[in-house]
Design a protein around this ligand. Structure first.
Ligand code: HEC
Ligand code: HEC
Length: 319
C-alpha cells in the first residue's frame, strides 16, 4: 500500500510539474509568431480610392486608432474586457519611426486579412481581422493610410505595448490562429443586390456580427453566420467612456419580442446611422453612430436582416 501511495505520488507530482512547465511556457513565451507570406502588391492610389478608404476607416478603424486629439496616434483601450489583460492601440500616423512606413502594401494587406504583423507576431483579437473584405476595399484602406489626410500627420505619441493576460496567451495557442490569406480574388456584391450587399456589410466590412453575436470568443470569422447566437446579441461589452459600465449588445434579429422585429426600416436606419433608439434615448457606446454609411447602405443591412433566422434572446439592457 505504501509503495502504491509512493508511485501515485510520483505520478501526480509529474503531472503537476508538466502542467506547471506548460503554463510557464505559455506565460513567458507570450503571443506566438508565424512565418509571413505577404502578396506582391502595390496599390496605385487615386483620390477616389483614398476617399473610399477614409470612409471605410471611419467606419471600422478610427474609433479605435483615433485619439481625442483627432489624430490616429492611438490610446489606451478602455473597453477591453479585463480577462484579456491590458492593451494600447498603437500610433499609426506618419512620422520618422512610423510603424506604417515599415510596412509594404503587401504586408499591410497580409496583416489586415490574417492578423499576422510584419514581424511575424499574431495580433490578438483586440485588433480585428478582415478576411472577407473585398480586395478593392483593402486597397482603399491602404491608399488612405498612405495619404496626407490631416489625422495621419506625424505624431510622436508612443503607446505602451499590449499586456496580454494568461488567458489571451493560452487562447492564442489553442484557439485564435492566423487566418489563411485568401487564395482567390475577393469582390463585393453590387449594392443593387440589396440582401447580398447588406450581408457583406454585416459580415465582411463593418463587422456588426462580431459585437452582436453571443460572445467574441465564439465568433466564426471566416463564416460569420456560424457564430454562436449570430446577431442575437447578449455579448458583454464595457463602455469605452468610463471603462466600467457593462453594456450587453442588442438582439438585432427580427424576433418580435426580444429583437427588432417590430421596428420600421426608418427607425433602424436612424439607430444605425445616428445611434438613435426609437425610445428617444441615444444608444450607448461602443455602438457607434455609423454616419459614414449612406441610407442606401443601412437599408441594405435591413434587407439582409430580414433573411437572418430570428433568435429569441432577452438581453439585459439596463437602458
Ligand atoms: C477594436 C480596436 C481596433 C480597431 C477597430 C482597429 N485596430 Fe488596429 N490595432 C488595434 C490594437 C489593439 C493594435 C495592437 C495589436 C498588437 O500589437 O497586438 C492594433 C495594431 C494596428 C497596426 C500596427 C501593427 C504593428 O505592426 O504594430 C496597424 C497598422 C493597424 N492596427 C491598422 C488598423 C486598420 C487599418 C484598421 C481598420 C481596418 C484597424 N487597425 C482597426 C486596435 C484596433
Ligand atoms: C463595437 C461593438 C458594436 C458594433 C461593431 C456594432 N454594434 Fe450595434 N450595438 C452595440 C451595443 C453595445 C448596443 C447596445 C447599446 C445600448 O444598449 O445602448 C448596440 C445596439 C444596436 C442597435 C439597437 C437595437 C436595440 O434594440 O436597441 C442596432 C439596431 C444596432 N446596434 C445595429 C448595428 C449594426 C447594423 C451594426 C453594423 C453596421 C452594428 N450595430 C455594429 C455594439 C455594436
Amino acid at each position: 500500500m505504501k509503495k502504491f501511495a509512493k508511485v501515485l505520488g510520483i505520478i501526480l507530482g509529474a503531472v503537476v510539474l508538466i502542467i506547471l512547465i506548460g503554463a510557464a511556457t505559455i506565460n513567458f513565451g507570450g503571443i506566438p509568431s508565424y512565418e509571413t507570406n505577404p502578396p506582391d502588391l502595390k496599390v496605385e492610389p487615386d483620390s477616389a480610392l483614398i476617399a473610399e478608404g477614409k470612409k471605410l476607416a471611419t467606419l471600422v478603424c478610427n474609433h479605435c486608432h483615433m485619439a481625442p486629439s483627432g489624430k490616429l496616434e492611438g490610446q489606451p483601450m478602455m473597453d477591453l474586457p479585463p480577462e484579456f489583460g491590458k492593451a494600447w492601440i498603437p500610433n499609426i500616423t506618419h512620422g520618422p519611426n512610423s510603424r506604417l512606413a515599415q510596412y509594404t502594401d503587401g504586408e499591410l494587406a497580409y496583416f489586415l486579412r490574417t492578423g499576422v504583423k510584419r514581424d511575424g507576431k499574431y495580433a490578438p483579437p483586440w485588433m480585428p481581422k478582415f478576411p472577407l473584405l473585398s480586395d478593392e476595399d483593402v486597397h482603399s484602406i491602404i491608399a488612405y493610410l498612405r495619404s496626407d489626410a490631416p489625422e495621419l500627420e506625424p505624431s510622436d505619441a508612443v503607446q505602451p505595448a499590449p499586456q496580454p493576460s494568461f488567458l489571451v496567451k493560452l487562447l492564442c495557442r489553442v484557439a485564435f490562429k492566423p487566418l489563411p490569406y485568401p487564395s482567390e480574388p475577393i469582390s463585393a456584391p453590387p449594392i443593387t443586390d440589396k440582401v447580398a450587399y447588406g450581408r457583406y456589410l454585416v459580415d465582411g466590412k463593418v463587422d456588426c456580427y462580431s459585437c452582436h453575436s453571443a460572445d467574441f470568443k465564439t465568433v466564426n470569422i471566416l463564416e460569420p453566420p456560424k457564430s454562436e447566437g449570430y446577431l442575437g446579441g447578449g455579448n458583454l461589452l464595457i463602455s469605452p467612456e468610463d471603462g466600467k459600465t457593462k453594456i450587453y449588445t442588442a438582439n438585432i434579429t427580427m424576433d418580435k419580442e426580444t429583437g427588432i422585429g417590430n421596428w420600421t426600416e426608418e427607425q433602424f436606419i436612424q439607430a444605425v446611422r445616428f445611434a438613435r433608439h426609437p425610445d428617444g434615448k441615444p444608444l450607448r457606446q461602443p455602438m457607434a453612430p455609423f454616419s459614414a454609411l449612406s441610407d442606401e447602405e443601412a437599408s441594405a443591412i435591413w434587407a439582409y436582416l430580414q433573411t437572418v433566422p430570428p433568435i429569441h434572446n432577452e438581453v439585459q439592457r439596463n437602458r
